[in-house]
Design a protein around this ligand. Structure first.
Ligand SMILES: NC(=O)c1ccc[n+]([C@@H]2O[C@H](COP(=O)([O-])OP(=O)(O)OC[C@H]3O[C@@H](n4cnc5c(N)ncnc54)[C@H](O)[C@@H]3O)[C@@H](O)[C@H]2O)c1
Length: 354
């Protein structure tokens, strides 16, 4: 495999994790980084020895000799650089969620199809050994037909800050932040049925009422209730074209510890994700099976595997390892949650033609 030359758009927190992971990957060379805040781009350039910095990503994409672009900006700035790069003939790796809105996700997916370049959505969790093991089990067909699932979970006190909590930058709150990981896991394990209806609700009662709590954990900057303009709680009842239903829920903050493990119920077996367990009738008995020989995969290793998969797909002309068409389903559901919450009842949804 030759060296893939990439440029990065967005020098915020997550660029540090990608660059740390990339520092151990010989087949990828980062040649430039752009951020609307030049100090951030310069900081990352100095830290990781990146030769060029830019304020304007368009100038970077036009000038640099690159094959691909990693879009690591906040959610509301995922679509524009991704589409610009695809139209300029570059492959794109864009951080999760693909976009804050369905309209942006559709525009990105269409741009990828038109350009014939790869658009990969960076969902590092797909590269965790736990997910790989769960997917292997689901792919074996052992679960039978999946008719019900519960996805997501609740944090008791995990409010982030910075760009995660405002409409202008994040566009969507916990549903697109933590929620999308679990939703993606559920859809993969169910082999991507198409959502047809969503009944959702969301709020930010607790975040808006937040008072400093001893030991509070904030990621992405300081939290302040005045700045919060996205949901910190969301839940939806999602119907699929297979007849299956998934209860999807996500909270950065809740008056509950835990919140339950995601699970799937099939006609032949059930699967719980944490800890990974398969529930069956076997040998005339009730059995609970737990795979034993895998360990948790460190986040940096997940970022490394994700970037290596991207480079390998480009080098070998393979399809996108995490295709936009799959993540589009998460955007249909998240948009369904938002739109249904606004009208207060179940709404029909459909997956747009690309
Ligand atoms: N995979 C993961 O584990 C993971 C974890 C955290 C965040 N994320 C995702 O990564 C993205 C970024 O998160 P973050 O924590 O780095 O946020 P952040 O706010 O720290 O960084 C975002 C950066 O994007 C820059 N930016 C915004 N618009 C830009 C533009 N038009 N051109 C150039 N730069 C621009 C900002 O100035 C900022 O420096 C989000 O979409 C988030 O959901 C992924």
């Amino acid at each position: 495999m030759g060296t893939l030359k990439i440029a990065i758009v967005g020098a915020g927190a997550i660029s540090g994790a990608h660059l740390k992971a990339l520092s151990t990957v010989d087949e990828i060379e980062v040649v430039a980084i752009a951020d609307i805040d030049p100090t951030r781009a310069e900081k990352r350039a100095a830290e990781f020895g990146i030769p060029h910095t830019y304020v304007d990503y368009k100038e970077m994409i036009d000038k640099e000799d690159i094959e691909s672009v990693s879009v690591l900006t906040w959610n509301q700035a995922h679509a524009a650089p991704s589409i610009y790069a695809l139209e300029a003939g570059k492959h794109v790796l864009v951080e999760k969620p693909m976009a804050a809105t369905l309209a942006d996700a559709v525009a990105m997916t269409k741009a990828a199809k038109k350009s014939d370049k790869l658009l990969m959505v960076g969902l590092k969790a797909r590269y965790g050994d736990d997910r790989i093991v769960a997917q292997t089990i689901a792919d074996s067909g052992v679960l039978g037909d999946i008719y019900y699932g519960e996805s997501g979970g609740f944090g008791r006190l995990g409010l982030p800050g910075g760009s995660f909590i405002t409409k202008e930058t994040a566009g969507i709150g916990v549903v697109g932040d933590w929620g999308v990981y679990s939703l993606d896991a559920t859809l993969c394990l169910m082999h991507h049925p198409k959502p047809v209806a969503v009944s959702g609700m969301s709020n930010n009662y607790l975040g808006k009422d937040y008072k400093p709590i001893f030991g509070a954990h904030h990621h992405g900057g300081d939290f302040s209730p005045d700045k919060l303009s996205v949901e910190d709680f969301g839940a939806a009842w999602v119907r699929f074209d297979t007849g299956a239903v998934v209860m999807f829920k996500a909270a950065w903050i809740s008056h509950l510890s835990g919140g339950g493990s995601p699970f799937l119920l099939g006609t032949h077996a059930g699967m719980k994700l944490h800890p990974l367990t398969i529930f069956r009738w076997e040998f005339g008995m009730l059995t609970d099976t737990q795979p034993m020989n895998y360990k948790e995969t460190e986040p940096i290793e997940q970022f490394r595997r994700e970037n290596v998969a991207f480079a390998k797909a480009i080098a070998e002309g393979l399809p996108s390892p995490i295709p936009a068409e799959q993540l589009l389903l998460t955007n249909v559901i998240m948009q369904g949650l938002v739109d249904s919450a606004a009208v207060g009842h179940e709404i029909e949804v459909s997956v747009p033609e690309i």
